[in-house]
Design a protein around this ligand. Structure first.
Ligand code: C5P
Length: 406
């Protein structure tokens, strides 16, 4: 059995357990946090008591469990304001739709909600609920409000739910929550020691020495992903086609022009732990780009014969030194999810981020994006947000995955 790292020594976590079936996993979460050296205090909602008992929680946490505001009125007891602030991080697991709604609206009708309103410490939510409740516009709006306030989030995962239905809504596993806690507390840069390879930008494919075929990719999403991975401690290499963007901080940039150069530059950087192919690589190149400029000689316009470019994503996904996690993008204008799923299979990558680039979405070249993360388990739709926020969320997901079975 591997000994867990003592990554949370001296950290004080206030764990709020709300009433949902996933509360049973929170008992294991307490154990995992304590194994890593954290002190854990627990607040249970009244509903949570239906799922786990204060006795089991206090046995595991080795501390008092707080349930009612009235528990805290005695002068000799810790007050609710102190309870809310005497910690480094507040973790809400499971975060139910009800408690999320209370937080978003600033309600303080019970101890858990009061503590969440009174705290001045960072908050991390591990949502858990039925997939229809998770997808409901009310929950979407509440989560967006909380995200805008800087509240962190881990999960939920997609899969089978307690009611026998399946979809997004399952609480993250305790170890994934622990990794998010470590990341949030900066306990260890979650991608330290990991190597990341990112492609970005368009490629330019020469027609002759002065003309080329290109596309409208700005490179913003790929560059943001490289920056976010580096910020989490990854040794990050960005292989980029021509863009107008500055090099992201802390990232080693390899500038290329063509798809074939991009492939060669990527292969030269293997092995890597994760590859994110965000470049809009030209599928075809002029088959015979000569040394001489094509002349307009009054005759018929020249016919452009095209040759197929190598597929960098598919090559990396099937390489002998395949990165453990290979991620691609699918920019589609119709039937987004179906096409993206098929692309994931065809290319052999682990995750596809599907985005709608039809006219009017403003995604190509714009600052915002709305993506769907497709993996073997299903589809998770992320609300429209800035490319920087998508990059940070993706980087956190990558960190969770790479640290899972490490
Ligand atoms: O096939 P399509 O271009 O739609 O696939 C998009 C995904 O494949 C993106 O992740 C892109 O970076 C990658 N790709 C690649 N090499 C190509 C074509 C696409 O890496 N030649």
């Amino acid at each position: 059995m591997t000994v867990p790292p003592r990554s949370l020594v001296g950290k004080r976590i206030l764990l709020v357990i709300a009433g949902g079936i996933a509360a049973y996993k929170s008992l294991d979460l307490i154990r995992r946090l304590r194994e890593r050296g954290a002190e854990v205090r627990v607040v249970l909602t009244q509903a949570a008591k239906e799922f786990v008992t204060p006795l089991s929680v206090s046995t595991l946490s080795r501390g008092r469990v707080f349930v009612d505001l009235f528990d805290l009125t005695d002068e000799h007891e810790i007050g609710h304001i102190r309870l809310a602030r005497d910690c480094d991080l507040v973790v809400v697991a499971p975060a139910t739709a009800d408690l999320i709604a209370k937080m978003a609206h600033g309600l303080a009708g019970d101890l858990a909600a009061t503590v969440l309103l009174a705290t001045d410490k960072p908050i991390l939510l591990a949502p858990a609920m039925n997939h229809v409740m998770w997808a409901h516009p009310a929950t979407r709006a509440n989560m967006a409000t909380l995200a805008a306030r800087g509240v962190g989030q881990v999960g939920p995962e997609s899969g089978e739910l307690a009611e026998g239905e399946s979809g997004a809504g399952r609480m993250s596993e305790p170890l994934a929550i622990v990794a998010a806690v470590e990341a949030q507390l900066g306990a260890a840069a979650p991608l330290a020691g990991k190597r990341a390879l990112v492609t970005s930008g368009p490629t330019h494919e020469a027609i002759d020495p002065v003309r080329y075929i290109a596309n409208r990719s700005s490179g913003k999403q790929g560059h943001a992903i490289a920056a976010a991975l580096a910020a989490l401690g990854a040794d990050t290499i960005l292989v980029s086609g021509p863009t107008r963007l500055p090099d992201p901080p802390g990232v080693a940039v390899r500038a290329v022009e063509t798809a074939r150069e991009m492939l060669a530059a990527c292969l030269a950087e293997l092995p890597a732990d994760v590859a994110v192919c965000a470049a809009a690589v030209a599928d075809w190149r002029p088959a015979t780009a000569g040394e001489a400029k094509l002349k307009k000689d009054g005759g018929a316009p020249p016919a452009l014969a095209l040759a197929e470019n190598p597929d960098i994503l598919a090559t990396l996904a099937r390489h002998a030194h395949r990165p453990r996690l290979v991620i691609g993008f699918a920019a589609e204008t119709d039937d987004l999810i179906a096409h993206a799923r098929a692309k994931r299979d065809r290319k052999g990558c682990d995750w596809i981020l599907a985005n709608d680039v039809s006219t009017g979405t403003g995604v190509f070249g714009g600052d915002e994006n709305s993506v769907h993360l497709i993996d073997a388990a299903g589809v998770e739709s992320w609300e429209r947000q800035s490319k920087d926020d998508i990059a940070r969320r993706l980087a956190r997901r990558i960190a969770l995955r790479l640290n899972e079975a490490a």
